[in-house]
Write a protein of this length. Structure first.
Length: 226
């Protein structure tokens, strides 16, 4: 018995995660499942982008599930995989909502408060009567709809994973466009994260209007702004 189980393990690992994520959403019961996630929370520069995706479990066909079989935590996907999934999600989701919060707003209100508010706004943009709203790890308080915070949600729920892809792809596209407006910071490469190249650009060139001056980071602790 153990030998047969071992033989099946590699094949199981190769299976696309997407169908398993849809099984989780369907196990919750409601026909309409909304998921929310954000991108850019840990960045030094650029907006925080939250997205929410609503799937109608009764409308999705087996072929639709197969076309979304690559759904997973967006951080585990290649840029090419996210770009391929992006239009498929937009086509098959019942609703999609994207919310963006700029660096000055994050500095003024604080990152955590801004993040929770953006996730709430995104979910409220897609929720409907009878839907359940899922968020990746963060409890969002009363929404007026059934809500559940799912730890590791972007690798558990199809709706959250889809939102993760939409948020990440939307933000990355914005940062690639920002690269042309702010040459020298290489935003197209690191999309605002605290890479060594980004920290070196800050030391060498200073900051842009896209940078979050209140964000606590080793990159900023070594710098004086003024």
């Amino acid at each position: 018995m153990s030998g047969a189980g071992d033989a099946r393990t590699p094949a199981a690992r190769r299976r696309p995660p997407g169908p398993k994520l849809f099984r989780y959403d369907r196990s919750l019961g409601p026909r309409f499942v909304a998921g929310a996630d954000e991108a850019g929370r840990g960045c030094l520069a650029g907006p925080l982008v939250a997205a929410a995706v609503l799937f109608d479990q009764e409308r999705l066909r087996p072929a639709d599930i197969r076309s979304l079989s690559g759904l997973d935590d967006s951080k585990r996907q290649s840029p090419a995989a996210r770009a391929e999934l992006y239009p498929v999600i937009l086509r098959l989701a019942l609703k999609v909502c994207v919310v963006s919060r700029c660096a000055p707003g994050i500095d003024e209100r604080g990152l955590h408060k801004t993040n929770l508010a953006a996730l709430r706004d995104a979910l409220l943009g897609v929720a409907c009567d009878g839907s359940i709203c899922l968020s990746d790890g963060f409890a969002l308080g009363a929404l007026g709809f059934e809500h559940r915070a799912v730890i590791g949600g972007d690798s558990t729920s199809a709706a959250i994973a889809a939102a993760s892809v939409i948020a990440k792809e939307t933000r990355d596209r914005y940062m690639r466009r920002a690269d042309a407006r702010h040459p020298g910071w290489e935003f197209a490469q690191h999309v605002g994260y605290a890479t060594p190249e980004h920290r070196e650009a800050i030391r060498r060139l200073g900051v842009t209007p896209l940078h979050r001056l209140s964000f606590q980071s080793a990159a900023y602790q070594q710098l004086t702004f003024g």
